[in-house]
Design a binder for this molecule. Structure first.
Ligand SMILES: Nc1nc2c(c(=O)[nH]1)N[C@H]1C(S)=C(S)[C@@H](COP(=O)(O)OP(=O)(O)OC[C@H]3O[C@@H](n4cnc5c(=O)[nH]c(N)nc54)[C@H](O)[C@@H]3O)O[C@H]1N2
Ligand SMILES: Nc1nc2c(c(=O)[nH]1)N[C@H]1C(S)=C(S)[C@@H](COP(=O)(O)OP(=O)(O)OC[C@H]3O[C@@H](n4cnc5c(=O)[nH]c(N)nc54)[C@H](O)[C@@H]3O)O[C@H]1N2
Ligand code: SF4
Ligand SMILES: [Mo]
Length: 735
């Protein structure tokens, strides 16, 4: 029998709660003191959203202890009084009947494994004991913390103090890693989140993939809408006619995987036709001569043979973006892990922006500001210092610019002998590794090698079914988190506070972390009894009024000037101190100093490249069980080009199984027959196709693209996993 069978999580019962009354009452008792809501006669509590990672300011309306609606905070720079549909649907998570309700432990009785409800004391006692054993037998470095989402900060502090450097999230090597590295190599800055782009003042915005409007990061979509409303030119490069493409002056339906060729050809046109910002480049950049020479033969005609895009369309779009410079943005995107040559593509994006003179310019990229926050014990280096390197890469593997830990690397290091030492324990906070890491089977196998596996979640996501212990965190509407000092055009500090008390026997992350720390003899990290005490002290040490934070949820600061037009003197964090159009760093690492277009394998005849993206009303798989949002979109479809569908005999609404090159299957899923996608690829929204029955609403609805991403292409500079390299066939299911 497997060491860990996948178990469906049983829901908690009300009766269980009485057993552990010492811990179940809301002894911290801190509903924020809210202000009356004149319209509903209820209360309004300001806080910030966690339906995705953008963290907009919310005003939650509460009546009789129940949240009645959630709206955007007018005071908060990221929401400006508006939310995206997901944020508005936060009650669908709070009142989700499938929520995790009590701590659960995997127990084996007569050879049969099941989850049993236990007290917090038993669950945390067990975890602490196992963690001590792992530390003693294998060293504390053998524990990996996977943590995604703002609430993970408490656990990061505990795990650092415990002595492990192995902390990672899928938001790097499965998301923006290559983008940040591409920009860092070129202009000396990771872009981070929110991206520093001044879209409201842009006169041209070019989107490469980046499907704004479907990708629903609130402020960006507001900014994009403002730019469109003002008549900015929009250029969209996407094999799919995205929502944003519907607003575009030029839509470039590119052959997937060939964007670097297009970027090189665009730069060729800007240089050849003298359309680039020569003064800016002369002052701020190095390597123009080498780049010019390299680009000599990267003509639109050359790019046509790679991308399938008409040379005249390439020229016309290059001229459009140049006419608007420097208020012309090539959007950096976010989910950049596509083909394994992604850092190079993103370098080309950064270089094209440089030729347009957009870095540090109004209507281009601004430099962010941030308000300083006082450090507290939690943020200091305390506890044991790790004395082994991070275990995220194979022995001998070198990713010269992989500055951030690789989440899939910790998974792989759980197989004996892969890394310098083995990972023996996982704590998984707020990330559904079974859906977000490529090659799910490998993730399932990795779990079998562990001595301890803990999942901290709000829902019975697939990952929880593989845990030894499941800890039910309360939702973002029921807890405090640490202060957030955002780096943005205008700096601000925001505070999350409970809108209502935690339901069931769920607990806030800070409480769970604090109780765990105590049992690990690290209690000194949390020298306070309730978080208001800590937050008040930290706010005041940072020169901020806690009472103002509590009343408004946010304090806005005055930013430094962010653009040349505002009066900054530009400097760059690259080795040369300039924009690098030719990268010595890459050359020294044995990689290409100028981005090279490299063809990626093509789907064999009869197969299609699997592409995926976002729904405006869902965040990955974390909202697909949300019944409020499910009313708008309850399942995904697979987009199939109309001509292809005809050839395959598929109708709109036909149900198909999707199978990839490795025999992995997903579905059944409905077909969306559309002219809005090329013939060589199919497309799905990520986050559907849950197979944990305890997600009663989402279970079995649609299909999971993750089940089909069994192959990846690793970026040699970053170590990130390009995932758009899987090919699928469709087979109709007759019912
Ligand atoms: N509503 C909603 N919004 C979200 C999220 C969410 O879950 N829900 N998630 C957030 C997160 S964490 C991220 S990282 C971002 C991701 O959002 P983006 O950064 O916008 O993601 P992409 O992968 O660039 O965008 C997918 C688009 O790229 C196109 N595409 C696929 N392959 C290619 C190609 O080879 N070339 C080109 N030019 N286009 C291609 C697809 O057709 C699709 O339109 O969204 C964020 N916003
Ligand atoms: N196949 C495929 N893989 C992908 C992507 C894709 O498009 N396709 N996208 C990639 C990208 S861009 C990213 S950023 C990653 C994201 O991948 P994940 O980090 O896995 O993101 P989510 O799917 O939002 O999973 C979040 C988990 O946190 C839980 N959760 C929600 N709120 C809370 C909370 O307050 N506390 C706790 N403790 N848990 C909570 C949810 O129930 C869910 O289980 O996935 C990457 N992987
Ligand atoms: S973009 Fe939407 S889901 Fe994300 S934080 Fe803002 S309101 Fe919440
Ligand atoms: Mo992401």
């Amino acid at each position: 029998m497997k060491r860990r069978e996948f178990l469906q999580v049983a829901g908690g019962t009300a009766a269980g709660g009485a057993l552990f009354s010492g811990l179940t009452t809301n002894w911290w008792g801190i509903d924020a003191d809210p202000i009356p809501d004149p319209k509903t006669d209820g209360k309004i509590v300001p806080s910030f959203c966690e339906l995705c990672f953008w963290k907009c300011g919310i005003n939650a309306h509460v009546k009789d202890g129940k949240v009645t609606k959630i709206v955007g905070s007018p005071d908060h720079p990221l929401s400006r009084g508006k939310l995206c549909p997901r944020g508005t649907g936060g009650m669908g998570l709070l009142y989700d009947p499938d929520r995790l309700k009590k701590p659960l432990m995997r127990k084996e009785v007569d050879g049969k494994q099941s989850f049993q409800e236990v007290s917090w004391d038993e669950a945390l006692g067990f975890i602490a004991k196992k963690m001590k054993k792992v530390a003693k037998e294998h060293g504390p470095e053998s524990l990996a913390l996977f943590s995604h989402g703002f609430g993970g900060s408490w656990f990061k502090s505990v795990i650092k103090a415990y002595g492990s450097p192995n902390i990672g999230a899928p938001s790097w090597a499965q998301c923006k890693g290559p983008r940040d590295v591409g920009f860092d190599l070129t202009v000396g800055s990771y872009l981070g989140s929110p991206e520093p782009i001044d879209m409201p003042n842009a006169r041209c915005i070019t989107l490469i993939g980046s499907h704004l409007g479907e990708n629903m990061h609130n402020t960006q979509v507001q900014d994009f809408a403002e730019a469109v409303g003002r008549g900015a030119d929009i250029i969209v490069v996407d094999p799919r006619y995205s929502v944003a493409a519907g607003k575009a002056k030029h839509w470039l339906p590119i052959k997937p995987g060939t964007d670097t060729a297009l970027l090189l050809a665009w730069m060729h046109v800007l240089i050849k036709e003298g359309l680039f910002d020569r003064d800016y480049i002369t002052k701020y950049a190095i390597g123009l001569d080498k780049l010019t020479k390299y680009l000599a033969d990267k003509t639109p005609e050359w790019a046509f043979t790679k991308t399938g895009l008409e040379p005249e369309l390439i020229r016309a779009s290059a001229r459009t973006m140049a006419a608007a410079r420097p208020a012309s943005i090539i959007h950096p995107g976010r989910h950049a892990t596509w083909y394994g040559n992604d850092a190079d593509r993103m370098r080309a994006v950064a270089m094209l922006n440089a030729l347009l003179g957009s870095w540090g310019r109004r209507g281009g990229y601004y430099l962010k500001s941030k308000m300083p926050l006082a450090k507290y014990k939690l943020h200091e280096k305390v506890g044991r210092k790790p004395n082994r390197p991070v275990a995220d890469r194979a022995k001998g593997a070198v990713y010269p610019f992989g500055g951030v830990n690789l989440a899939h690397g910790f998974r792989d290091a759980s197989f004996p002998g892969y890394a310098e030492y083995d990972i023996k324990a996982w704590i998984v906070y707020g990330t559904n590794l079974m859906q977000c890491l490529p090659d799910r089977k490998k993730t399932e196998e990795a779990v079998q090698h562990l001595d301890l596996m803990v999942a901290i979640d709000v829902l019975p996501a697939e990952i929880t079914g593989w845990a030894d212990v499941i800890l039910p965190e309360c939702t973002y509407l029921e807890r405090h988190d640490d202060l957030w000092a955002a780096a943005y055009s205008e700096p601000f500090v925001a505070m999350r506070q409970p809108v209502v008390k935690p339901m069931y026997d769920s607990k806030p992350g800070w409480w769970i972390a604090k109780e765990l720390a105590k049992r690990l003899d690290l209690g000194g990290l949390f020298p306070w009894t309730n978080p208001e005490e800590y937050l008040r002290e930290r706010a005041s040490a940072s020169g901020l009024s806690f009472d103002e934070l509590k009343a408004k949820g946010v304090i806005r600061g005055k930013g430094d000037p962010g653009t040349i037009e505002d009066g900054i003197e530009l400097s760059f964090g690259t080795p040369s101190g300039k924009i690098e159009l030719y990268s010595q760093q890459m050359e020294e690492a044995g990689l290409d100093p100028i981005p090279v277009y490299r063809a990626v394998p093509e789907p064999p005849p009869g197969s299609f490249r699997l592409l995926f993206g976002r729904s405006p009303v869902h965040t990955f798989g974390r909202t697909t069980n949300n019944r409020m949002l499910g009313e708008i979109k309850a399942e995904n479809e697979v987009w199939v080009n109309a001509r292809v569908a005809k050839e395959l005999g598929l109708q709109h609404g036909s149900r198909v199984m999707v199978e990839n090159q490795d025999g992995k299957k997903a579905g059944p899923i409905k077909v969306k027959v559309t002219q809005r996608i090329r013939h060589d690829c199919v497309y799905m929204i990520h986050g559907f196709g849950h197979d944990n029955k305890k997600l009663r609403f989402a279970y079995g609805k649609g299909a999971s693209d993750s089940d089909l991403v069994s192959k990846v292409a690793i970026d040699p500079a970053v170590g990130s996993t390009g995932m758009n390299v899987n090919f699928v066939t469709l087979e109709e299911v007759m019912s």
